[in-house]
Design a protein. Sequence first.
Length: 186
Amino acid sequence: MSETAGISTGIASRYATAVFDLAKEGKAIKALESDVAALEAAMAESADLRTLLHSPLYSREEQGAAISAIAKQMELSETTSNVLALLASKRRLFVLPQLVAVLQDRLAEERGEVTAEVTTAKKLTKAQTEKLSETLKAQVGKAVTIKETVDESIIGGLIVKVGSKMIDTSIASKLNALQNTMKEVG
């Protein structure tokens, strides 16, 4: 992990803890879940939002006004809107992707779930996703939410990350291992 990614994650973790605790105290976990899902979708879909989060060209005031308008348009909860405004005023909107990721983990933990990041060469069918979820649940002992990413470069197979564990059954990694073995022989 790069130094800036580590710093961003540290900052995001502190904000996430505060937001999560406020939501839990105010019995607003459901609202926080919908806010997090909406923010994740918005960041994935909107290049303009991603630019707003990371561009140093926008002033604090411009970022604050824009993020407040976005929060109002998305009908985010008061707590989430206030945190976004605080991030903008401190010029820390760049940590929003990490903040969303940490909050997703905290919310899953609260529900007794764990998130598995799954990379596949092509999109899994619903039956494959359910079977994988059941298999991972048997291994982990908790309900598993699958976050799927498609990456054709792995050729086939799966790369599954659950917490600090990673299982790589991709064809690309097997080919790399074979290539390394062939180098050792020849």
